[in-house]
Design a protein around this ligand. Sequence first.
Ligand code: FRU
Length: 444
Amino acid sequence: MKKKKRSLLLATTIIGLSAILSPLVTVGATNNYTVSNWTREHVTNIELTDRNTAPVINMDELEKFDEDYHTWDSWPLKNKDGSIAVVRGYQIIFALSAPSHVLPGQVHDIAEVRYFYSKNGKDWTNGGPVFEDGDALGSRQWAGSAMIDEDDQLHFFYTATGRKGEEHITYEQRFAKASADVVASRAGISFENWSDHQIILEADGEYYQTQEQGSQGDIAYAFRDPEFFKDPKSGEEYIIFEGNSSGAPADRACLPEHIGSPEFAENHDVPEVSVLFNGSIGIAKATNEDYTEFELLPPLLEANCVNQELERPHIIVKGNNYYLFTDTHFDKYAPGITGPEGLYGFVSDDLFGDYKPLNGSGLVIANPPENPYQAYSWLVLPNGTVISFVHFTDLGDLTIGDIGHQSHEFQFEHFGGMQAPSLKIALNQDRTHIVTELKQGAIR
Ligand code: FRU
């Protein structure tokens, strides 16, 4: 794949313009790159087929890690190189959790990270909250990632949402990091000798929208879901994350590169409110060995005028290719274009290269039309196994926005709050397909 070089615009130095101009970016002395776009034209190529549509989930056959807790976003402990860690025979999964009696719509307001471990990948023990009481930053913790290094040190990255002790919940999102020793014994897995929790990154307002900018007429801002990534080609280490393109709506515009080819644009209407849809996939480079200092770099990809939320982005390297995956919801698309709740992906032979949507549209896994909200928060593991959680099943004609208006009984009955059956996908250059369904929560 050839890197497309556009004319050198010095937009990165002009606050607010970086989102408008999609420039060739100069990072340090050596790194030049173009921010890739997921366009409205790409999205109109979305088509559900048996290669990308997940089998229907039957919740009756599934069980929670622990009946007392809902869990949703999850991530296994990984080694630095992204492979799944096995610590003295144990696999370890971290998951956002809330007690089972909490209504589905409220779980995000009290999310706490728990961990679960297993020797056989089927029977899981609830290890309890990951962090020691009162240590975690934020009023609650949202998704992140966890890496174990050569010295059995856990490096844990998470989203600190709101502020500790706040009276009413707020939505500020910052990245936090803490480390601990991973201790494995016959009794199971525990984390000991915790470091202080530190804020390691905040939105800068130049590359990534701040909460303040996002409050000037936008739908919402995101700066969350830090995912550790070591580039096997350069050896450099990064955090990949969900952001929004910077600036307030008044500073942004829907430009030709957000729409697609001139032929497409000619017959395609872009409703004005599309400018409020500014999802982006961000990247920051580790600049110290403790992973407490990072340099924010311009986004790898933006979905301006296309989609509002590119959640839990992560990278898998296969052969010479970087596969950049993200999740989004049906109701996060800008008006005039549409796509299913699904896993989407992009491919490039250069980490900072020109990412092309997989399968021509970006769609990799879609929920089936008969059960359009059945799973969410897909995470692709290096072996092509994809984990996710059961969201809402068998809703009939209701959409996700209607759920909060239903009886509590109805909400609990249709909410999963547990691991979904995993899927195996195959990646072939810029094409993917679902190979098979695996057991619930399988990570191998
Ligand atoms: C995806 C998500 C993440 C966030 C978490 C909050 O399901 O929206 O982006 O970290 O849920 O619960």
